[in-house]
Design a protein around this ligand. Sequence first.
Ligand code: 13P
Ligand code: 13P
Ligand code: MG
Ligand code: MG
Ligand code: MG
Ligand code: MG
Length: 372
Amino acid sequence: MVTLSIIKADTGGFVGHSAVHPDMLAAGQDALSSAVADGLLLDGKVGHCGDDLSLIMTHEHGADAEEVHSFAWDVFLRTTEIAKGLGLYGAGQDLLSDAFSGNLRGMGPGYAELEFTERPSEPVVCFLADKTEPGAWNLPLYKMFADPFNTAGLVIDAKMHAGFRFEVYDLYEEKRIWFDCPREIYEMLMFIGAPARYVIHSVESKTLHEQAVATSTQRLSLIAGKYVGKDDPVMIVRCQSGLPALGEVLEPFAFAYTAGGCMRGSHHAPMMPVSVNDAHPARFDGPPRVVALGFQVHQGKLIGPRDLFDDPSFDRARAQTNEVMDYLRRHGPFEPHRLPLEDLEYTTMADLEKLLADRWQSMPEAAVPAPR
Ligand code: 13P
Ligand code: 13P
Ligand code: MG
Ligand code: MG
Ligand code: MG
Ligand code: MG
């Protein structure tokens, strides 16, 4: 069994919240190479999207392994020091705890981990996003694994015909449930259509009994109890041979669907699929970006990455993103650009309620609706 882990954190932005400084990327790659040389990891590559640094690692320690999580934590402490030395913005932003204890649960860094027996050919895609929340993966995952208008294999591949099981987390209540699709797609959509609360955590094939997907599902604001930056989630998707083909896995991103995030984590904005070179959200701290790094996992090694959205066939999605961004931006502080009150990451409402408490009056008689 091999485990593919992506562990990520924002440990400082260059400039503002737009990118990771090259010195931090170099330090991350050095640490990964040393961990391979020391035998902790089979392989390790840094990735980045916006101001978030990802450690993409293969190893044999399983998910939630203390040695792998504590290694990642130490790397993030080191890159935080570099960020402090350069005066970068929000140095150590996602490190919410002072000391490491056992694993990264509730500590701030996000992680997606998938343990599997390597197939003769094992194509995987590591998706990294910035300026959005984990529910941003719900719509594309639904399309990849449950929508025959996206994924031809659901109709014409005998190994996919039985469908997939989706594991969905309720992040508010800390509960989870499995949905059996296609039988329960309507039930599941009722929940995953509300992505601020319900988030797809994993997907497995009913025919192969193999896990195909792992996502990071941490909500930083729910951990910290206040806004400390957006979650900027990651996701692993295995492809081909009874799972969606590579092109079926990428296809949902040809549509610029909107997600919560962007400026101050508090706006709906369209997801822009981009090459690694363009993964630097700037306009209104957005639009949210997603990169797709393709690897062939071979004998535990990460052969790649291929920068899969560095492809003119996603140009229209990018153009659509810019159009939708223009349209939404013209709403300024109005919904639906601004998130509804309960989902705002920043708010002055609590202060305003106190400040204005004695200025609110009853409505004049005629304006009060008659009791029913
Ligand atoms: P090949 O016949 O090139 O292997 O392609 C199969 C496939 O998965 C196309 O989606
Ligand atoms: P990050 O989570 O990427 O740091 O974004 C924070 C933010 O508020 C951007 O406006
Ligand atoms: Mg940041
Ligand atoms: Mg970020
Ligand atoms: Mg963030
Ligand atoms: Mg709501």
